[in-house]
Unconditional design. Structure first.
Length: 333
């Protein structure tokens, strides 16, 4: 006879919670969304948005494919797309948490805590309202990449990169993490082979995107100037992102908005960093200053959506820090 027993109660509750949180995340993401006039969703789907924004096309392709197949109302489709991406991201963070030593309940709760960061990325700061379907999708890809690297599934990681580079180039940060965490852990010839493979995937994907959209108007591969149509170096110091990002830290409100990029979860990580037992998790935190350094000349630091793909790193690190601090308080020396 087949086993027809219902799902365990805790599994049923987890599914219900994920569904509710996912629907609310989709509501938050779309309710506060605004579109940039030179890179609207329909322009992204048609391939006519300015570059480099048009290069981040995977989410628009997914939405366009479903829209043309089903004929759904586009606004409703985007809302459900965001809900599904949130649920998948939560599950990916859960897998990453388990792979680094968190218990199943702790890993799942940490994944669900992603919702706590949504207002910081997409609501509280006006520039976070701009809607690009790749922003939340980047959270999913980062979490999956972290999980694959923690599990040492390097071939699958190459496949993930092949897909993720069509979404946002920031996934390239996981390649240094591979180097940080695999050096002296695998033979040097394999290390070099994987680095060459990952670099080749990046160059091939970027070449395909350049072939598809290279003639679009815009800044090109990177935008160093606030004028999206200005190519190359900034027109002047005052129009550069370096200048505006530097000035941000001379304003109390601006500095506080920047420090809130991870919902201030960096505070427990800062306090409990030395207590994190997972070497992989500790080394993953190196990607945060590296990301901010790379973003400094090319992005608006007061546009918090650009930090969204760091969410899995800070969430799991926070969970590990709190885990160790709790164990210390429970078993004092």
């Amino acid at each position: 006879m087949h086993n027809t027993s219902p799902l365990p109660r805790h599994t049923t509750l987890a599914i219900f919670a994920l569904l509710v949180l996912g629907l609310f995340a989709g509501m938050i993401r779309t309710y506060f969304a605004a579109e940039y006039q030179y890179a609207t969703l329909t322009m992204m789907m048609d391939g006519t948005a300015v570059i480099p924004l048009q290069f981040r096309v995977l989410g628009a392709w997914i939405i366009k494919g479903i829209w043309e197949t089903t004929g759904m109302d586009l606004s409703q489709l985007v809302r459900y797309y965001e809900s599904v991406v949130f649920i998948l991201s939560t599950l990916a963070i859960y897998l990453y948490g388990k792979a680094t030593g968190l218990s199943k309940p702790a890993a799942l709760l940490t994944g669900c805590a992603l919702l706590f960061l949504y207002p910081y990325y997409f609501v509280y700061q006006p520039l976070g309202h701009f809607y690009y379907p790749g922003d939340t999708l980047s959270i999913l890809f980062t979490a999956l990449g972290l999980w694959l690297l923690a599990e040492k599934r390097f071939n699958w990681f190459a496949i993930l990169l092949t897909i993720a580079f069509f979404n946002r180039e920031s996934i390239v940060l996981l390649i240094p993490l591979f180097l940080f965490t695999s050096y002296k852990q695998i033979p040097n010839n394999k290390l070099v082979l994987y680095l060459v493979l990952y670099s080749a995937v990046f160059l091939i994907d970027k070449s395909i995107l350049a072939e598809l959209f290279g003639n679009n108007p815009g800044a090109g591969t990177v935008s160093l100037d606030h004028d999206i149509f200005h190519h190359g170096w900034p027109r002047s110091l005052e129009t550069s992102r370096v200048y505006s990002n530097t000035l941000l830290f001379f304003s109390l409100d601006g500095a506080l908005f920047f420090l809130s990029y991870a919902g201030f979860l960096w505070l427990p990580v800062l306090v409990g960093y030395s207590q994190i037992s997972s070497v992989f998790v500790k080394r993953s935190l190196w990607l945060i200053p590296l990301s901010l350094l790379l973003m400094f000349p090319v992005a608006n630091f007061n546009e918090p959506r650009i930090y969204a793909d760091l969410a899995p790193i800070i969430l799991i690190a926070t969970a590990h820090a709190l885990k160790q601090l709790r164990q210390e308080s429970t078993h004092p020396c």
